[in-house]
Ligand binder design. Structure first.
Ligand SMILES: Nc1ncnc2c1ncn2[C@@H]1O[C@H](COP(=O)(O)OP(=O)(O)OP(=O)(O)O)[C@@H](O)[C@H]1O
Ligand SMILES: [Mg+2]
Length: 360
């Protein structure tokens, strides 16, 4: 998919910004603090319902402003055009698809696919497990409709069981049992979806990894479902009741799942340098985009924040060549045009104090 237009208001330092990116590589240049990363955040917000930077979605609201909105016209490979929007007025967030209020944020997010490689991307490898679950679930959300209903079912049951656990005392097992049955059913289903997805994803990631980190040898991913699989989830939940009561929340299940990465010559992630973590994350993001393209028939928009300071010249050139060869729309930021792009046909935008201007 490709953005044909993007309008941003009340997002950090951006207000009244309107841009028409090209279908190829778009470069946003400007000094530090100008608003370049914020442009990428706006695009990402439509596709994830949140920012890739730390903090709640609410910190995006421009200081002193009462409303935030991002609108986009998005062209899909089949020629169809969608009008997407997400805004916050007062304390309410509202998603829009083709002018109508969307039933949920998920309904918007499923219409828009943006992947972003940015200075915090190494967290996918070295950060907390929720980064990796979000990565998997975002991919599944966009390619597997049946996953969405199971995921919602699971979240609802988890909330109910946790409320009962937190209420204190010794809740009657008869109250917990129905939610545990629901958690087990949806949880086993989510696990199966994630495993199948990872299996397909691995092939795509490996295809990129042999180029970005050839010196580390073969690459593999190991999924841990969030409970000890010597027993099924239903009996594990029942067996954990007392401990969960003491902790006040559910300690087993897919909401505790994780995966680890391993290379033939770097079996532990602690063996990787910071730069290698970044390259590993880059291959994972490109792999996800490539699997998305295989299933949906179109590449997501790829954002590369601060490309020149994140990757050495060889890897910058490599990633640009990959994306050019796949007809992906790309948003790149930098204080200057990255050296790998000086010879490429790019659409250039200048960003200064929150104003975005197209340069001819
Ligand atoms: N909620 C907010 N309201 C108003 N301004 C904000 C808010 N949050 C951040 N800013 C400001 O918005 C500006 C844009 O930040 P952004 O990270 O997009 O800049 P950048 O061009 O990517 O800079 P760098 O080159 O340093 O990465 C910064 O000056 C920042 O202080
Ligand atoms: Mg920035």
């Amino acid at each position: 998919m490709k953005f044909e237009s993007l309008r941003i208001s009340g997002l950090r330092c951006l207000d009244g910004v309107s841009l028409t990116p090209s279908a190829g590589i778009n470069v946003f240049v400007g000094p530090n603090g100008a608003g370049k990363t914020s442009v990428l955040e706006a695009a990402y917000l439509l596709s994830h319902g949140r920012s890739f930077r730390a903090g709640s979605r609410d910190v995006l609201l421009k200081r002193g402003a009462s409303a935030l909105s991002v609108f986009a016209e998005v062209r899909h490979a089949d020629g169809s055009l969608r009008r997407l929007g997400l805004g916050r007025e007062g304390s309410r967030w509202q998603a829009r698809v083709d002018g109508d209020a969307a039933a949920s944020l998920g309904a918007l997010v499923q219409e828009c696919a943006v992947v972003c490689f940015e200075p915090g991307s190494h967290d996918l490898i070295a950060g907390a497990s929720d980064e990796r679950r979000r990565y998997l679930d975002w991919g599944l959300f966009h390619v597997e409709h049946a996953f969405v209903s199971q995921w919602r079912r699971y979240q609802r049951a988890l909330k109910q069981r946790n409320t009962l656990l937190r209420a204190g005392g010794s809740p009657d097992p008869a109250w917990l049992a129905p939610w545990e049955a629901e958690l087990a059913l949806a949880g086993e289903s989510i696990t199966a979806f994630r495993r199948r997805y990872l299996e397909r994803l691995l092939t795509h990631i490996q295809g990129f990894m042999v180029n970005v980190l050839p010196e580390l040898g073969g690459f593999n991913i190991k999924y841990r479902p969030g409970w000890d699989e010597t027993a099924d989830l239903a009996s594990t939940l029942a067996e954990r009741r007392q401990r969960d009561l003491a902790r006040g929340h559910t300690t087993v299940g897919p909401h505790r799942a994780d995966f680890s990465v391993a290379f033939e010559h770097a079996p532990l992630r602690e063996h990787l340098s910071r730069g290698q973590e970044k390259l590993c994350a880059l291959a994972c993001l490109l792999g996800q985009a490539s699997l998305h393209a295989e299933i949906r028939g179109e590449w997501p928009v790829v954002c590369l924040d601060d490309l020149a300071s994140e990757l050495d010249r060889t890897h910058q050139e490599w990633v640009v060549a990959q994306l050019l060869g796949r007809d992906a729309q790309v948003f790149v930021t930098g204080t200057e045009i990255p050296s790998a792009l000086t010879e490429q046909p790019v659409t250039l935008f200048h960003v200064e104090q929150g104003a975005v201007t197209a340069l001819l």
